[in-house]
Design a protein around this ligand. Structure first.
Ligand code: SF4
Ligand code: SF4
Length: 440
C-alpha cells in the first residue's frame, strides 16, 4: 500500500508526516537505484523488496496493533538487547533508524560533532520525529557499551523513555553475575510495561522463535560464503536481508529467509552465481551497517568485488550464537543461559577481546576469502583502536586487508571506490601469481 495510506497513523504517533514522506521517498529511490538494478537477483528477493516498500507503513501498523493489545514495542541500537524476552511477551523488538546523514545536522544542535554518525543519526531521527519505529516504541533500549552512547542516553531520555542496561566491559565471573542481574531487571521492566508477570513458558517460546531466526541467518551466511565457486546472491542483498531482520516480524522473517535459502541452495547446486568466476571474495569486519548505509557494499560490488560475509553486528556477530535450551527447566537457568549467550558477543567494548581475532581468522579460512576490509565508522574509538591487533594478526597470516574509516556523507564515495579498486587489483594480481606458481 505504501506509506501514503498510513498518514493518519503516522500523525497519531507523532511523526512529522511531511518530513518523513520526503525522507522515505529519497530512501526508496536510493533503494531502487542500488538494489533493483542488480542483474540475476533471486526471485525470493521480491518479499524483501515488498517489505522495503512497507517499512514505514504496514510494519508500523502491525507494531501499533501489537501495542494496542498492551504488548511491548522496544527500539534498540544494539544487539545486546535480550529480544527473546520481548518476543516472549508477544511484543516487537526492532532496530531504530540510524544510518542516514539527513538527520545529523539536527542532532549536532544537542550533541558534539565529533562522535560516531550512528549515534548522531539516530538522535536526529528522534529530534525530527522522522522514524516511525522510534515514535512507536514504549522505550528505547540503551546500553553502556561505548562512551558516546552511554552519555547520549541521559540526554535522549529527555525526549523519549530509555531503559539502560549495564553491560560490563570484562567477562570475569563477577561481571557475568552482574550481567545476569541486568537481564532479570530487563525482564522486570518488560513486565512493568505489560502490567503482568511473564511466565517461564512464554520466555522459552521467545527463545525458540529467535533461535530459529538466527538459524535461518546462519544458513544464509553459509550459502553466501561457503562455496568458493558460486556466490548465489550479492553481498548488497545479503546485507539488506540482515538489516531487515532487525525490523520484520521474526516468525514471518524466518520463513521468508528459509524460502530464499531454498532457492539459493538450488542455485549453488546448479552453479548459478551472480558474480563472474574469479571475482575477488571479500569479508567485511567492524562496525554495524544501519540502513540505509549501503555505501561500502555498493562501492565494492560496482568495482568488481563480491562481499561474502559481514563480521558485524548487522551480520555474523548477531546470529552466530544461539541460546542453549538443553536441560533448562526453571527461570533462573533460562536467565543464566540468556546471559551466557549474550556474553559470547565479541563487541570491541570488551577487554580483552581476543576471541574476536581467533574467530576472524577461522571465518576467513572457512570462507576461502581473498581479502578483508576492516570498516569503522568515524569516531568509533573501540573498533578503531582494536583494528591494530586485528590487522597485526591478519598480517601474520598473510591475509590482505584494507582499512576504511568513513561516515554517512557522500563526500568520500569517490575516494573509497579508488582505494577499493586498487585493493581488488592487488588481490587479482596475487591470485594470478599464485595460479602461475601452482602450475609451475
Ligand atoms: S558494535 Fe557493540 S555496541 Fe555496537 S551494536 Fe554491536 S554490540 Fe552493540
Ligand atoms: S559504532 Fe562504535 S561509537 Fe558508534 S555506537 Fe557503535 S560502538 Fe559506539
Amino acid at each position: 500500500m505504501g506509506i501514503e495510506a498510513y498518514k493518519n497513523l503516522l500523525s497519531d504517533i507523532g511523526v512529522d508526516v511531511e518530513k518523513h514522506a520526503k525522507m522515505m521517498n529519497a530512501g526508496l529511490e536510493s533503494y531502487k537505484k542500488q538494489f533493483l538494478s542488480q542483474p540475476n537477483r533471486p526471485e525470493a528477493m521480491k518479499y524483501f523488496d515488498w517489505f522495503m516498500s512497507e517499512i514505514q507503513g504496514e510494519r508500523i501498523a502491525e507494531i501499533n496493533r501489537i501495542k494496542k493489545e498492551r504488548k511491548p514495542a522496544v527500539g534498540t541500537f544494539c544487539i545486546f538487547v535480550p529480544e527473546e524476552i520481548i518476543v516472549g511477551a508477544g511484543g516487537a523488538c526492532y532496530g531504530l533508524c540510524g544510518g542516514s546523514p539527513a538527520t545529523i545536522p539536527d542532532a549536532e544542535s544537542e550533541l558534539p560533532r565529533n562522535i560516531c554518525p550512528l549515534i548522531k543519526s539516530a538522535y536526529g531521527f528522534k529530534l525530527q520525529r522522522t522514524c516511525a519505529y522510534t515514535q512507536s516504541s514504549d522505550f528505547i533500549y540503551g546500553e553502556t557499551t561505548c562512551e558516546a552512547k552511554k552519555k547520549t542516553w541521559e540526554i535522549l531520555d529527555k525526549h523519549h523513555p530509555v531503559h539502560v542496561m549495564n553491560i560490563p566491559h570484562m567477562k570475569r565471573d563477577r561481571d557475568l553475575r552482574m550481567w545476569k542481574e541486568e537481564v532479570y531487571e530487563f525482564k522486570k521492566h518488560i513486565e512493568d510495561v505489560i502490567g503482568k508477570k511473564l511466565t517461564f513458558e512464554e520466555m522459552v517460546n521467545g527463545v525458540k522463535i529467535i533461535n530459529k531466526k538466527r538459524e535461518a541467518l546462519q544458513r544464509l551466511d553459509s550459502l553466501r560464503s561457503m562455496n568458493p565457486d558460486v556466490v548465489p546472491i550479492s553481498g548488497k542483498d545479503g546485507l539488506f536481508i540482515t538489516q531487515m531482520g532487525f525490523l520484520d516480524d521474526p516468525v514471518r522473517y524466518t520463513q521468508k529467509v528459509n524460502e530464499l535459502c531454498d532457492e539459493l541452495d538450488k542455485r549453488v547446486q546448479d552453479g548459478v552465481s551472480v558474480f563472474k568466476k574469479d571475482t575477488p571474495r571479500l569479508m567485511v569486519l567492524g562496525t554495524p551497517f544501519a540502513p540505509p548505509n549501503w555505501k561500502l557494499h555498493t562501492a565494492v560490488e560496482s568495482t568488481g568485488g563480491a562481499i561474502v560475509n559481514e563480521e558485524s553486528c548487522i551480520g555474523h556477530r548477531y546470529y552466530k550464537d544461539n541460546v542453549d535450551l538443553e536441560g533448562v527447566e526453571d527461570e533462573d537457568t533460562l536467565i543464566d543461559r540468556l546471559m551466557r549467550r549474550y556474553s559470547e558477543i565479541d563487541c570491541a567494548c570488551f577487554t580483552p577481546n581476543t576471541p574476536r581475532i581467533d574467530k576472524i581468522l577461522k571465518m576467513y579460512k572457512d570462507r576461502q576469502a581473498d581479502g578483508v576490509i576492516y570498516y569503522t565508522l568515524s569516531f568509533c574509538h573501540t573498533y578503531n583502536v582494536e583494528s591494530h591487533l586485528v590487522v597485526e594478526a591478519l598480517e601474520k597470516e598473510g591475509i590482505p586487508c584494507l582499512i576504511i574509516e568513513s561516515d554517512y556523507s557522500a563526500e568520500d564515495t569517490g575516494q573509497i571506490k579508488t582505494r577499493v579498486e586498487a585493493f581488488l587489483e592487488s588481490l587479482t594480481f596475487k591470485k594470478k601469481a599464485k595460479l602461475f606458481k601452482d602450475i609451475k
